[in-house]
Design a protein around this ligand. Structure first.
Ligand code: ZN
Ligand code: FE
Length: 253
């Protein structure tokens, strides 16, 4: 089993979970690059998993399902084109063609129905978690996103994080503003620059590295709480208050 990034638009990744014959597609925002990828390898799509309703995650579904009749799993709370299997979180999916199972996590925050899929040692997390960043709060509250990220943070540390966007380099600039003395962040910046110079995706990343570097998972770390308190101008409690202040700080940047 492999997981391959199919680049779409300017900075999206559609993740293909596949063997030599069949593929599950996560968040197919654009059909053309996916159909080209499938045809070049003679791989058939067997399922589509959708994290949320934004166009850059669902825009390719219609053209793909017009050619390949595959089930489309997605949030029940959102309008997802072609959705056949509405999900709310808590379900387990089994994709028979690849004999793979995924747990469905409800992760409201970026949108209200946002889902993540956990399976194969990976977390397919759409726009909830990015390397060194998290999604903007378009629909949900800081409390919802803090809860979603807290549950993600408690997954096994070796979990591979498959986000939907290549935002890592930009996110690192902000993360270093929050924690200029975090040595793990400086190491990460050097690695990410080298990868981007070669045009290589910076994803997936393992959860342990994210916990050491991502300010949006570090709302209990003294260094982050002190920096966010200084920026806010008043002392913040660990947890939700610190998370909320860091999210607001990044929104200003
Ligand atoms: Zn989005
Ligand atoms: Fe997106």
């Amino acid at each position: 089993m492999k997981v391959t990034a199919i680049p779409a638009f300017r900075d999206n990744y559609v993740w293909a979970i596949h063997d030599d014959h069949a593929a599950i597609l996560v968040d197919p925002g654009e059909a053309a690059p996916i159909l080209t990828w499938l045809e070049a390898r003679q791989v058939k799509p067997v399922a589509i998993l959708v994290t949320h309703h934004h166009a850059d995650h669902v825009g390719g579904i219609k053209d793909i399902t017009a050619r390949h009749a595959v089930p489309v799993y997605g949030p029940a709370l959102e309008a997802i084109p072609g959705r056949t299997h509405p999900l709310r979180g808590g379900e387990t999916l089994h994709i028979d063609a690849l004999n793979l199972s995924f747990q469905v996590l409800a992760t409201p925050g970026h949108t209200l129905g946002h889902l993540c899929y956990v399976g194969q040692g990976g977390l397919f997390c759409g726009d909830t978690l990015f390397s060194c960043g998290c999604g903007r709060l378009f629909e949900g509250t800081p409390a919802q996103m803090h809860d979603s990220l807290s549950r993600i943070r408690s997954l096994p540390p070796e979990t591979q994080i498959y986000s939907a966007h290549e935002y890592t380099l930009g996110n690192l600039a902000f993360a270093l503003e929050v924690e200029p003395d975090n040595a793990a962040l400086h190491r990460k910046l050097a690695e990410v620059r080298a990868l981007r110079d070669q045009g290589t995706p910076t994803l997936p990343v393992d959860l342990a590295t994210e916990i050491a570097t991502n300010p949006f998972l570090r709302f209990d770390e003294p260094s982050v709480i002190v920096a966010a308190s200084q920026h806010a101008g008043y002392p913040l409690q660990p947890g939700l208050a610190a998370f909320t202040a860091v999210r607001a700080w990044k929104d200003e940047a």
